[in-house]
Ligand binder design. Sequence first.
Ligand code: C2E
Ligand code: MG
Ligand code: MG
Length: 603
Amino acid sequence: MNGWSNNGLWLAFAAGAALTAGTVSLGRLFTRRHSLKSSPGPSYQLELLNSLYSNSPIAFAVIDRQGRFIDINRDPSDMVGYTKEEMTGKPFATMLDRESHEITRQMFHRTLNGEKCSQEIKIVHKLGHSMDLNIHTSPLVRRNKPIGILVFIEDISDRKRSLERIRYMAYYDDMTGLPNRRFFTNRLEEKLKAAKGNGASIAVCYLDVDHFKLVNASFGRDFGDMLLLQIAERLSRSLTEPGDLARMEGDEFAACFDLLQLDEGVNARLDEMMSVLEEPFELNGVPVYITVSIGVAVSDNDADADTLLKRADTALHRVKENGKNDYMLHVGDMDHIALHKLTIQHEMRTALQNQQFILHYQPQYDLASGQIVGMEALIRWNHPEKGLIPPGEFIPAAEESGIIVPLGDWVIEEACRQNKAWQDAGMPKIPVSVNLSMRQFSQRNLTDKVSDILQQSGLNAKYLELEITESMTMDVERATQCLKELTDLGVTISIDDFGTGYSSFHYLKNLPIARLKIDRSFVRDIQQDPNDAAIVAAIIAMAHNLQLQVIAEGVETVNQVHFLRSHRCDEMQGYFGSPPLSSEGVLELLQEKLNRPALSAFH
Ligand code: C2E
Ligand code: MG
Ligand code: MG
């Protein structure tokens, strides 16, 4: 028998008297009829009881058979806001929140039948907020008849709140308030179980904000956080059930939904997700446009939540590799592709040692004179079994694994060595351009490396140009410092694939850039697409205003040449002039240039 049931017996007796007396409350009953006596005996026990009743740290109330509030051992106003007077005679249930009514009614009923019950309920504070109580009930019996209920009350609001806080921290993302990976995986597991039961499928999406790192790097983390918050808000609105969206980490979100009809359902939902993010975001009054990449996996019979998430992630990587801003469904063999990538990464290491990489060079022409004014070094992998592999098939894997760094070093070395060799052989001196990858550009010792290579090869720095992309300039501080160091060596810098990344006039104006290379996607359609024609014309005009040279990439037709000339573009590179050539091919061309300086087709 525990303590309170023992007391309950005594109280039952005393309260019984109170209830029979009608209006007299239990507390007052004790104090009026019994004063403290010195010796043990029934009156001593009542005094003890009286003291216990008034001073107990535990609150207990007496309820009559009709569920009305009769008495409580302390001032209830600091717990529920009502005074004892306000509560007396009121049905206990009227103070509870709706859901607790029925539970408490049944509990009282059972208690009057002799049972002791415990239950968590919610009571509504006089000010309107609800509070969590843990109540234990015990029958008040007099002469073997239940005459009321004794309710022991524990305020567990604080405990509940801290439990909820712990739960929140474990299952929710603090910044966006969205469920986190743990919550999402559990929920997905539940959904998968339910779907198995009713034959439905679940689509799992893994979403990543394109170029988010650059947003953070260039505008600051607070800006990035604001953007993520707004993205979270828009995505939650586009998904019907609140638990279906989670922030996995950083700029990665995951979503899941039931699919009734397979293909149609997925595409419509994904189109919607992408379109809610298309509208510009307003951050500190600045409109910001973003794109996202989404990988999707659809449940089959045996895939668990982790497997589906992995598949969606694999699909997401494919989207990223294919140029971002899109979504893609995981196909069964994508795991093999990931495996293939690992094989490539492994093979590349030995390929570098075994000298399987070679450089081709694509000539660049002055548009006015038709003279060769430069050439771009383009890497190829001369694979013993697969033949010549273009860079698009291995550069992303090299970048991901970090092999790009030694590989990129080799490209600069080889391009400088070869250019110097041509010059030493008496060929016309023309600069060579080398593409830099993001990882190479991020190396702290890049300038030292370039300087060493120039020294070892003996090539004058003015014959080396490095091509970077717009995205590399987003970390303005780093880019400014690095480019200044490089140009101090005498190397020139150009911006490759111009127009496809985050363009900012700020960097164009402030960084030591010599020329822009208009991306071939704009050049391709200048004849057919007035927008592309306008973009190309605008890039040329803007570059000239900033005293930058402009070269058009991917020029294939004479009409493109005419267009570019009429807009005073300085140079061009593309199949129209020449495809990329082997080093032997370049030597022939240079020898030809010695004899016949200009490309005849230009005139
Ligand atoms: P990129 O720097 O924009 O190089 C130009 C690409 O356009 C080359 O493809 C070239 O063959 C192709 N191209 C040239 N003229 C035409 C044309 O008239 N029409 C069309 N449709 N395409 C033309 P390639 O050699 O496959 O290189 C692709 C990309 O790989 C390069 O784009 C560059 O981003 C990267 N890359 C190449 N070599 C290296 C390297 O050594 N290091 C790094 N990091 N990246 C490299
Ligand atoms: Mg390039
Ligand atoms: Mg390019």
